[in-house]
Design a protein around this ligand. Structure first.
Ligand SMILES: Cc1cc2nc3c(=O)[nH]c(=O)nc-3n(C[C@H](O)[C@H](O)[C@H](O)COP(=O)(O)O)c2cc1C
Ligand code: SF4
Length: 428
């Protein structure tokens, strides 16, 4: 049996249940033959699931070019608004993440293994602390004594790779810029592999699948916004479409009709209802004109004003930029002030057009991370897809839609509804 076909079980798995499902066999295989496991990591076409989709094999190769000892960070900072997949995975299947981290650590010969978990994810912390205690009692689970947990601060940039390294090294948890890359100088100055929690959770099924066979490729999507049952869903990118996902999430609330969705979090381009039949696959999402990111899928109902949604998004980036890079401060704040003015019916087309000049002005300026780029795609796509919403605010001086922005939901809680949007929740 291939261990851990799926990432998210119906219920929490303790060590005994996890082992019954074939858990820790991948780690046994790695312990018996580390060279073969390392080669599987160097051969895989798996890309990172933290949002940027950088090829895992290239990071592993860069790391192995550096002399040991090395280190590993499992990144579960997850303060991306609308994303709850990592905390849900840790809460429900902590041994899968632990096994994945131990497999990566064995393959790269890491002596320091850090699970970097959002300080707000209390269930995830609890589940991992119990899992570590259970694993420590099993002599067969190698190197678990090298694992430590570090809490990630509740701000968005804390999850960026260099910010994570900085926080773990005792700094303030802000991006430090690259180079040096963590693969050459990371935790305690050791060459460090920073990999997302869900990326590492794929390793048991990767090394547990015989060479030459395709390993299971399911992914976790967090659905928020105008759906009856927001939460984390496991999807098969080869067969599942966004329409299938929305149906599983209880159909569209509000007007009952889909206006738009953002497939990859607040920095991704909006797609309109014509794209609902798109497969939840990286290539298909890109071909449709957006970015898959970490599959934090926000659903927007037909009677919602896209200008108001944009105002939330620009507000989020203006608040969460960390202040280190003047062009980022300037751009995010100008974007937000502009959209606030438009939303308040006090703007004009010239003001909106000036955002392109801002974009150009900052394009070559130094910055320490990619947050500076994040407001661009959602705004551009909103304007291209929904010009009438902007025209109503600018030309008619009133919003087209009677409804306020929909009550949105906290990620990772499939059956609960709260009064905050994912964007508000992330910064509070
Ligand atoms: C502002 C910002 C926030 C980020 N937050 C996270 C995060 O919470 N979790 C994460 O895994 N990656 C996050 N990333 C991406 C990381 O920099 C890095 O690419 C990732 O952890 C690498 O793991 P992966 O290759 O497995 O995706 C963030 C990036 C930026 C620019
Ligand atoms: S680009 Fe923005 S968020 Fe990133 S380090 Fe600079 S100021 Fe901070």
């Amino acid at each position: 049996m291939i261990a851990n076909q799926r990432l998210l079980p119906e219920r929490h798995l303790d060590r005994a249940a996890y082992t019954d499902f074939g858990g820790y066999r991948g780690l046994d295989a790695v312990a018996a033959d580390p060279a073969t496991a390392r080669q599987r990591l160097l051969d895989t076409d798996l890309t990172g699931l933290g949002g940027a989709h950088f090829p895992l094999a290239r990071k592993v190769a860069a790391l192995l070019d550096q002399p040991g000892p090395r280190a590993l960070v499992c990144n579960a900072a997850e303060d991306e608004p609308g994303s709850g997949k990592d905390r849900t995975l840790l809460g429900r299947n902590p041994h899968l993440v632990l096994e994945g981290a131990l497999i990566a650590a064995a393959a790269i010969e890491a002596t320091d293994i850090v699970l970097y978990i959002s300080e707000g994810a209390t269930d995830a912390h609890q589940a991992m602390s119990t899992a570590l205690a259970e694993a420590a009692q099993s002599p067969a689970i190698h190197d678990v004594n090298r694992v430590r947990v570090v809490s990630a601060g509740a701000h968005y940039v804390a999850g960026e790779a260099t910010a994570a390294v900085d926080a773990i090294n005792g700094g303030s948890g802000k991006p430090t810029g690259q180079p040096p890359y963590p693969t050459s100088c990371g935790i305690g100055r050791l060459p460090t592999l920073v990999a997302n929690c869900e990326t590492l959770a794929n390793l048991p099924r990767l090394v547990g699948t015989p060479a030459g066979h395709e390993h299971p490729r399911t992914r976790l999507a967090t659905v928020s916004g105008a759906v009856a049952a927001p939460g984390v869903y496991e999807v098969d990118p080869s067969t599942d479409t966004f329409a299938d996902l929305f149906e599983r999430a209880g159909q569209i609330t509000g007007s009952g009709q889909l206006k738009a969705f953002q497939p990859g979090g607040p920095s991704s381009s909006f797609l309109d209802s014509r794209s609902a039949a798109t497969l939840i696959d990286n290539g298909a999402v890109r071909a449709a004109g957006s970015q898959p990111g970490c599959l934090a899928v926000r659903v927007i109902a037909a009677d919602t004003c896209i200008v108001e949604i944009c105002q939330e998004i620009t507000g989020f980036f203006a608040r969460e930029q960390c202040g280190q890079c003047p062009p980022c401060r300037m751009k995010t704040q100008t974007y937000h002030r502009t959209i606030q003015t438009i939303a308040a019916n006090k703007g004009n087309w010239d003001l909106l057009d000036k955002l392109s000049a801002v974009e150009e002005f900052v394009s070559d300026m130094p910055r320490r991370c990619s947050l500076i780029d994040m407001p661009t795609a959602p705004l551009r796509s909103a304007r291209a897809l929904f010009p009438a919403d902007f025209a109503a605010h600018i030309d008619s001086g009133r919003c087209r839609w009677p409804q306020p922005v929909h009550t949105l939901t906290t990620p990772g809680e499939p059956s609960s509804h709260t009064a905050t949007s994912p964007l508000q929740g992330a910064s509070s």
